[in-house]
Design a protein around this ligand. Structure first.
Ligand code: PAF
Length: 287
């Protein structure tokens, strides 16, 4: 176990990364908001397998939370996070202050690409501009060769892929599979908000995703029918409200009517006061 090296100054981190890259080392970046769990650690593992050094950033980014969302109560567990990261070596950790990422007086914002508009974009209209802005800044201060993102935030990964493409950012985006608890619940820093009873209800999300994906894999092609069955199941299980259940093209995120190729099934729902998202890819049987 080696305590990771912690940076607070983004400029110092960038300078030191540049030195390593000049020596031919490859750097992997894992952007996080902290409250690390096995999902984050699997991103670090994948970065370690592909790169010489992994840089993890821990920053609860204020601009991706709308007023009334959980910015203030978002779990901040820096000491535990650093302990969890100490099993990886070498790992550098950037923990910047808000002023270091948003210098006083800054007004520049990245307008997220069009793929940000459906789904999350309908329910959290400014969210992806905040994500795109901070992720581009993180790519500037930690100019890594590769950056690792979890597919649990499926639309977020697509937004970042499009942004990197459109703005010619020289970084490879690596999508990593969702890590689930043994019972199927997708790992999320927000799971710690759930009471035991709510957690039981939350399981209906991954279960209904699993059941829908099995039906698609068995040849069901009617997306509208599958969506309404999922909504019924979730509400019957005790989910308080559903922002969306969608069956979409994984590339464009456009809604699919008849399933003839791989789709992504996406859910955003509220259990108690906690908003959870999850998704699953599913492909119809070969003709
Ligand atoms: O997925 C997250 O934790 C955040 O949205 C990210 C990518 C670190 C940007 O703040």
């Amino acid at each position: 176990m080696t305590a990771p090296r912690v940076f607070h100054d983004p400029a110092q981190l960038r300078a030191e990364i540049r030195v390593l890259q000049a020596q031919g080392q490859r750097v992997g970046l894992v952007p996080t908001m902290g409250a690390l769990h096995e999902g984050h650690l699997s991103l670090v593992e994948q970065s370690q397998a592909a790169c010489d050094l992994t840089v993890v950033t821990i920053f609860v980014n204020p601009t991706q939370f709308a007023p009334g969302e959980d910015f203030e109560k978002y779990p901040r567990t820096l000491e535990t996070d650093l302990q969890l990261l100490s099993k990886f070596d070498p790992v550098w950790v950037l923990v910047p202050e808000v002023d270091a990422m948003y210098p006083p007086g800054s007004t520049t914002v990245v307008k997220a690409p069009r793929i940000a508009q459906p789904l999350e974009g309908v329910h959290r209209p400014s969210h992806f501009d905040g994500v795109a802005t901070i992720v581009l800044k993180l790519f500037e201060v930690a100019p890594a060769d590769m950056a690792f993102f979890g597919q649990k935030d499926f639309q977020q990964v697509r937004v970042i892929e499009e942004m990197v493409h459109d703005l010619l950012v020289p970084i490879e985006i690596v999508r990593c599979e969702i890590v689930r608890e043994k019972d199927g619940l997708a790992m999320s820093s927000r799971n710690r908000y759930l009471t035991a009873e709510e957690r039981e209800i939350a399981l209906s999300i991954s279960r209904s995703l699993g059941s829908t994906s099995r039906q698609i894999e068995s040849g069901e092609i009617d997306a509208a029918g599958l969506r309404s069955k999922m909504e019924e199941t979730l509400l019957a299980a005790g989910v308080d409200s559903i922002d969306y259940v969608a069956i979409a093209d994984p590339q464009t995120l456009e809604s699919v009517q008849t399933i003839t190729a791989e789709v992504v099934i996406l859910v955003a729902a509220r259990v108690g006061s906690t908003r959870l998202i999850d998704n699953m890819l599913a492909a119809p049987p070969l003709p």
